[in-house]
Write a protein of this length. Structure first.
Length: 418
């Protein structure tokens, strides 16, 4: 009987950590908006500033933390991140100063979320998988969806009973302990007896890191590569479009006569589509060229935005949300797998950190532009036309990246397979 490859246990750990961190920190920020606004006499916009500060901190810190993940033991980085994450949440719960809390959110909390899980688990999977990398990435990303479903209601339940400060303190302790225990089960990379595919060479000998340089690339060396810019911008534009959608779809639904609750349900359909997209990537395995899969995802996004452009009823909005969710859900696992195949697992933390910064910046621009277009035109038609154009630009960029890889410009390997 063949032993289960330990990389799949790493995927299970990644699912749990993504659920705890993404769901408990990023997705659940809205749970604390009203209590903060009430206690500190803030407007809704002022209370929402925490999410902006955290996004800004992650954008600034991701390249540097990602570079450290390539150079330091991952378990050490994850333990440090877990302790810092718990400490940050506890400190915010105890703080009476908005400025102190803002400073904690902007830098220490941002660093802790990256080191404890959001980047480190992706680096782990890039090291542990070669043949089934896209499948592993997609399954690990399910934790992002699970976190959005499980953590906000749980934290809301606690908040109603013990208050927002005590809820943050409890959450800090639980996340610190839970992630620290999970890190005990983590191994930085495959060993001599670990075989991703039974009967083949050990995974430690087969990963692309063995064919690429084991020395991680520097930040500047990555930034000098046109291939990185083509790949990063293609997906950054898509992420920006997804952010613009997320801030637009509820008011669009309300403008069409839907109630606030019904319009908000469109986001749930989008999230459900995201789960389907991840499962689709996990099911198709390594059968298709990753760049062609991304082209298909971008085309599906363009179709979804066309549906929004012509939609005049609730059913059409639901169809568009599901289509867009599938496309966005499939895009990121495939993209991260392609990054690892192209630049090698040894440099994946650095490259992923830089790409994350690009996605955060373009995402913020997308949110701003969505509001500006509505304010200047009184509608969303121009926005959806712009988003359709962006999808075609993304297709052109990723096809150009594929051409560069076919000409031998990839630092590590030839184009990966999904």
């Amino acid at each position: 009987m063949n032993k289960v490859y330990y990389g799949w246990f790493i995927v299970a750990i990644a699912v749990v950590i993504n659920t705890l961190i993404i769901g408990g920190v990023f997705t659940s920020m809205g749970v604390f908006v009203l209590p903060l606004a009430t206690e500190f006499e803030l407007t809704r916009a002022e209370a929402n500033t925490a999410a902006i500060l955290l996004s800004f901190g992650c954008a600034v810190c991701s390249p540097f933390v990602g570079s450290l993940l390539d150079r330091r033991p991952l378990r050490q980085m994850m333990w440090t991140g877990a302790l810092l994450l718990g400490g940050c949440l506890i400190a915010i719960g105890l703080s009476d100063s908005l400025y102190v809390s803002a400073a904690i959110v902007t830098l220490p909390l941002a660093v802790s979320t990256i080191a404890a899980g959001t980047a480190s688990v992706t680096v782990l999977i890039a090291r542990w998988f070669s043949v089934y990398r896209s499948r592993a990435m997609a399954l690990a990303a399910l934790g992002i969806s699970f976190g959005g479903v499980l953590m906000p209601p749980l934290l809301g339940f606690l908040l109603e009973r013990i208050g927002w400060r005590q809820t943050l303190i409890v959450e800090g302790v639980v996340l610190m302990v839970a992630i620290s225990v999970l890190v005990l089960l983590v191994r930085d990379r495959p060993g001599e007896n670990d075989r991703e595919v039974p009967g083949e060479h050990p995974a430690s000998e087969r990963t692309p890191a063995s064919t690429a340089s084991e020395v991680p690339m520097s930040l500047l060396s990555v930034l000098r590569l046109p291939l990185f810019w083509f790949m990063c911008l293609s997906v950054s534009f898509v992420v920006g479009a997804a952010h613009a959608f997320s801030i637009t779809i509820v008011p669009l639904g309300q403008d069409m006569g839907l109630t606030a609750a019904t319009a908000a349900g469109l986001l749930s359909l989008f999230a459900g589509g995201g789960v389907c997209g991840k499962l689709l990537v996990a099911s198709i395995g390594q059968r298709f060229d990753s760049t062609l899969v991304l082209v298909a995802c971008f085309a599906l996004m363009a179709l979804a935005n066309f549906v929004f452009l012509v939609a005049d009823n609730y059913t059409q909005l639901r169809i568009g949300c599901v289509l867009l969710g599938i496309a966005v859900g499939a895009t990121l696992p495939v993209f991260f797998s392609l990054l690892a195949s192209t630049f090698g697992p040894a440099s994946f933390g650095t490259v992923n950190g830089l790409a994350t910064t690009g996605m955060a910046i373009v995402g913020a621009i997308g949110v701003r532009c969505a509001g500006e277009i509505y304010d200047r035109t009184g509608g969303y038609e121009l926005l959806f036309m712009v988003l359709i154009g962006i999808q075609f630009v993304s297709m052109l960029l990723i096809v150009s990246a594929r051409w560069l890889m076919s000409r031998g410009y990839a630092p590590a390997t030839q184009p990966g397979q999904v």
